[in-house]
Design a binder for this molecule. Structure first.
Ligand SMILES: Cc1cc2nc3c(=O)[nH]c(=O)nc-3n(C[C@H](O)[C@H](O)[C@H](O)COP(=O)(O)O)c2cc1C
Length: 251
């Protein structure tokens, strides 16, 4: 029940004071919490994302032109996909430790507490220069890491999106997974709200950058949580699918 959930995740002065107390005086813990909010699959085959030109269209024009579009079957170029993922998902800066190892990737979306609970995956069906498959976006390497999905891409799209024609035909779908503990371990029940708000910010970045590039896009909440999560190897508890954005190439 949303009423109950909303009530239980309200912030009030006493709780705010308690949370503030738990944040202060624990610098090491805070640093650990806000560090490394990204995942990498070092053993996966990695496909580097090529550079490509970014159009200089004014933000106002992009905002006014954006529409949800359902003709998504034209192939997408890997260059376009690379620009889309880099601009929509970051990183905009990488913080390194004394040894030069990345400890945090700041992203192009604002994140509650800077905790970045969102991981992004791409179900690629018709991307020129990329084998059809399921990939994880690595923001440090700016590469796609190939995962071993349960089933082929066709089955992932059919079972993940209830056989909806325009989604089964989509050239690519970006799936956003939420690693809840990154945010909930700091903010408790309220953290769940923050995770979903983060996903909304990422989704908006994706559809606006798609519009900038002239690519049709469609945010979708009509996915089968368990089928899609299983295909990506998410357990649905510690990490679960919270949003998806389908993409096509230029018509
Ligand atoms: C969170 C979210 C979920 C959505 N889910 C679906 C969906 O499952 N199927 C669909 O056809 N459109 C979906 N849409 C697209 C909306 O129908 C669309 O944004 C709305 O009708 C307004 O049209 P516009 O985006 O062209 O301005 C979704 C949009 C959002 C923001």
């Amino acid at each position: 029940m949303h009423e109950l959930y909303h009530e239980n995740s309200k912030l009030f002065p006493e709780l705010a004071r308690e949370l503030a107390r738990s944040f202060s005086g624990a610098d090491d813990a805070a640093a650990r919490l806000t560090g490394r909010a990204f995942r990498q699959y070092p053993r996966a085959e990695a496909v580097p994302l090529p550079d490509a030109d970014v159009p200089s269209t004014a933000l106002a024009d992009v905002l006014l032109a954006r529409r949800s579009r359902r003709e998504l079957s034209a192939p997408i170029g890997l260059g376009d996909l690379g620009v889309l993922l880099r601009l929509a998902l970051g990183p905009s800066a990488v913080i390194e430790d004394e040894e030069g190892l990345p400890v945090q990737a700041l992203r192009t979306w604002p994140s509650g507490g800077g905790l970045y609970p969102i991981e992004a995956y791409v179900v690629a069906q018709r991307v020129e220069g990329l084998d059809p498959g399921v990939y994880h976006f690595n923001p440090i390497a700016e590469a796609l890491e190939r995962l071993a999905p349960a089933g082929d891409v066709d089955a992932v799209l059919r079972d993940g999106f209830f056989w909806q024609d325009f989604l089964v035909d989509a050239s690519a779908i970006v799936v956003l997974g939420a690693v809840f503990h990154r945010t909930v371990s700091k903010y408790g029940e309220r953290g769940y709200r923050l995770v979903l708000l983060d996903a909304g910010h990422v989704g908006q970045n994706l559809v606006l950058v798609a519009e900038l590039l002239g690519l049709p896009s469609l945010p979708i909440s009509g996915y089968c949580d368990d089928a899609l999560g299983e295909a990506l190897g998410l357990d649905g508890v510690d990490e679960a699918v919270v949003h998806t954005v389908a993409l096509g190439g230029r018509p």
